[in-house]
Design a protein around this ligand. Structure first.
Ligand SMILES: CC(C)(COP(=O)([O-])OP(=O)([O-])OC[C@H]1O[C@@H](n2cnc3c(N)ncnc32)[C@H](O)[C@@H]1OP(=O)([O-])[O-])[C@@H](O)C(=O)NCCC(=O)NCCSC(=O)C[C@@](C)(O)CC(=O)[O-]
Length: 331
């Protein structure tokens, strides 16, 4: 029997941003064939995921795994998904060169970037140590670097999402102050980001620390909950309960990664995001609508884990596949 959480009455449809093809694959050691990435993205959209991070226009010497992003973008733009409609693909851009490449490859397919449903994401940090290691500049320099990027993107009709990493603790600098997180979130929103995703990059957050932070941002700093997203890694097994805390605080956008793929190349020991299967199962269990087909996501998680030769990190995916194997039934 499913008992709806009291939130289900007024939570509306939650937005899920699937980051498996970017955050999930950027740290894979072996080469992941471009065709596999494209198949993953297309299967994810066919399962009802309509916000999908498809790659990064970052320096290939910093993140070699994302070097084929132009090919992926070209393919996706010339082969839009048949269903569902309204899929948005997002690409990380760390500087003006990234945005220039994004515009170049999107206009090379005969459709202008503004006409097509694709957007960019810029990524800052709440800790200086991670900012230096990830994007080779200070927090203040990163916001200045992003200013003309966002301005040009908006002039071209391209929506910009923001990220702030290390919201709880940084492996290089130690605990992060909520005040610093708020300053970076406000800085990114002031630049023109429509939403800022809160990255617990190394998954150390707990309901206590995440709850304190999100309530500080929303209640004390007056940042509208609808401008925030939760991007929780599951390194310490806290991601789902942290999603519940964020949901209770009013956040309605959640980033997740099929099969819990992932990790950040510049955050040692960081593992994948909350698995999309676990998130969808959890939301369904609280009575919150998602429009995502759990059955299909579980199959995709099983497929990509086998393709990559890695363990499926989704508990729900693993349990439902085992159940299916034992009685041969659908999920
Ligand atoms: C920001 C830079 C470029 C600075 O790196 P830099 O070395 O200071 O850059 P530079 O301007 O001196 O350029 C160095 C070389 O890179 C090239 N270059 C420069 N920019 C680009 C570009 N956009 N696209 C392609 N090439 C580029 C540039 O042309 C040059 O090439 P060379 O002349 O040596 O042949 C670098 O640090 C970088 O690319 N960093 C990205 C790191 C990254 O992608 N990290 C993972 C994503 S963040 C994350 O995962 C966290 C998140 C978002 O998921 C949230 C969370 O969990 O917390």
């Amino acid at each position: 029997m499913t008992v709806d959480h009291p939130l289900s009455k007024h939570s509306g449809v939650v937005k899920i941003v699937e980051v498996g093809a970017r955050d999930g694959l950027q740290n894979e050691k072996g080469v992941v064939p471009t065709n596999t990435k494209i198949e993953l993205i297309e299967r994810l959209s066919s399962a009802g995921l309509i916000h999908i991070e498809a790659g990064s226009f970052v320096s290939p010497s910093w993140v070699p795994q994302m070097a084929d992003t132009p090919e992926i973008m070209k393919h996706l733009r010339s082969n839009p998904p048949a269903a569902p409609t309204g899929v948005t693909y997002s690409y990380l851009t760390p500087n003006m060169k990234g945005l220039t490449n994004f515009i170049h490859y999107s206009s090379n397919t005969g459709v202008s970037a503004s006409e097509h449903a694709s957007e960019i994401a810029i990524f800052g940090s709440a800790s200086e140590g991670f900012s230096q290691r990830n994007i080779n500049c200070s927090i203040a320099e990163s916001l200045e670097r992003y200013r003309p990027v966002v301005q040009k993107a908006l002039e071209n009709g391209i929506r910009v999402r923001g990220y702030v990493s290390m919201i709880i603790e940084c492996p290089y600098d130690g605990p992060t102050s909520p005040v610093k997180v708020a300053e970076v979130v406000e800085g990114l929103l002031d630049l023109g980001c429509y939403e800022v995703s809160l990255g617990d990059t190394n998954g150390v957050g707990t309901p206590g620390t995440i709850g304190t932070l999100v309530n500080y941002l929303i209640k004390d700093r007056g940042i509208p909950a609808e401008k925030l997203a939760a991007h929780f890694h599951d390194t310490y097994g806290q991601a789902i309960v942290n999603c519940l805390v964020a949901l209770e605080a009013g956040i309605r956008t959640f980033d997740s990664s099929v099969a819990g793929l992932g990790g950040c190349p510049y955050s040692k020991g960081a593992t994948g995001n909350v698995a999309t299967e676990d998130l969808v199962y959890f939301l369904k269990g609280t009575g919150v609508k998602t429009n995502v087909d759990l059955d299909k996501i579980v199959e995709i998680g099983d497929w990509i884990s086998k393709k990559l030769g890695r363990k499926n990190e989704s508990k729900v995916g693993t349990a439902l596949m085992a159940h299916r194997r034992s009685d041969g039934s659908r999920l």
